[in-house]
Write a protein that binds this ligand. Structure first.
Ligand code: ADP
Ligand code: MG
Length: 284
């Protein structure tokens, strides 16, 4: 079982979009996949077509009342299951203040889970709170979505420091699996500069013992694509909503790449596309 936390304490970088659509791609390939929505905003829950609260108990009850994951999990597509969030999760931090071992509740629940999954993807809130710590203690890998943006690296040191502390003190299995460039604008000079900065950033910090020693920048880039922004409001993944869009292409490629297969390498050929498509790269 691979347990992946999708984490960046910044909002709007593509965590939820990546969690949901990567999970959907893996499920379509036949892997048993579970999404755990740790964000009280419940965007992943909504994106997967569930109404927070209406579909019964949520991760809130798992973290604060010891309910099992199986009892709150819902199947939303073949091979795709979700443990939904609820706005009540926002209060979990305070409610758990006096609880011993509050960071490892999710890990213990995952270990005790009766069903086995090939992939567990955890969508984190935009903070380094007890909810995020639960994801980091339960995960074996961290994926960091970044927007290719001049402030992209800002906050990355803090994020890595947190991962480092968790790996040192609680979860020795934790590794940074890789960085995913999201909301990527093809063909811009700026994108290339960010990639260079990012590689430099990691190289200067790469020591053998660091949990990011083997972290890679995934070759797959998630291009800016309006279909990806539209599909959450329909409660559908990109593969249901717009299966031939660039968004679907990119997330299918990411799913291949994380399994060690070759990515689709479609990002460099954007200029070869018909002129109308090139005119608005995001419209496909
Ligand atoms: P986070 O979970 O990190 O806050 P989201 O995944 O919710 O980020 O993305 C932020 C916003 O950007 C959302 O409205 C989402 O629909 C949109 N978005 C994410 N990725 C893309 C993309 N590749 N192209 C276009 N819009 C995107
Ligand atoms: Mg989100």
């Amino acid at each position: 079982m691979r347990r992946i936390a999708v984490l960046n304490q910044k909002g709007g970088v593509g965590k939820t979009t990546t969690t949901v659509n990567l999970a959907a791609a893996l499920a379509m390939e036949g892997h048993r996949t579970m999404v755990i929505d740790l964000d009280p905003q419940a965007h992943a829950t909504l994106h997967l077509g569930l109404l927070p609260g209406r579909s019964g108990p949520s991760l809130y009850e798992v973290l604060t009342q010891s309910r099992s994951l199986a009892s709150v999990r819902r199947q939303v597509a073949p091979n795709l299951h979700v443990c939904g969030s609820h706005i009540d999760l926002a209060g979990a931090e305070l409610e758990l203040l006096g609880t011993v071992g509050r960071e490892v509740i999710l890990r213990d629940q995952l270990d005790a889970d009766v069903d086995k999954f090939d992939y567990v993807l955890m969508d984190c809130p935009p903070s380094l709170s007890v909810l995020t710590l639960n994801a980091l203690c339960a995960a074996t890998e961290v994926f960091i979505p970044l927007q290719a943006h001049f402030l992209a690296l800002h906050g990355l040191s803090k994020l890595l420091e947190t991962v480092h502390l968790v790996s040192k003190r609680v979860n020795r299995d934790l590794k940074v699996g890789g960085i995913i460039l999201c909301l990527y604008d093809t063909g811009t000079r700026h994108g290339a500069e960010i990639i260079e900065d990012l590689e430099g950033f990691f190289d200067s910090r790469r020591t053998k013992a660091a949990p990011w020693a083997d972290a890679k920048l995934f070759q797959t880039r998630i291009r800016r694509n309006i279909r990806l922004a539209e599909c959450p409001s329909f409660g559908q993944s990109i593969f249901q909503y717009a299966p031939s869009s660039r968004g679907a292409e990119d997330y299918a490629s990411l799913a291949s790449e994380i399994q060690g297969r070759a990515p689709a390498a479609i990002w460099e050929v954007a200029e070869d596309r018909p002129a109308d498509a090139a005119a608005d790269a995001s419209a496909a």
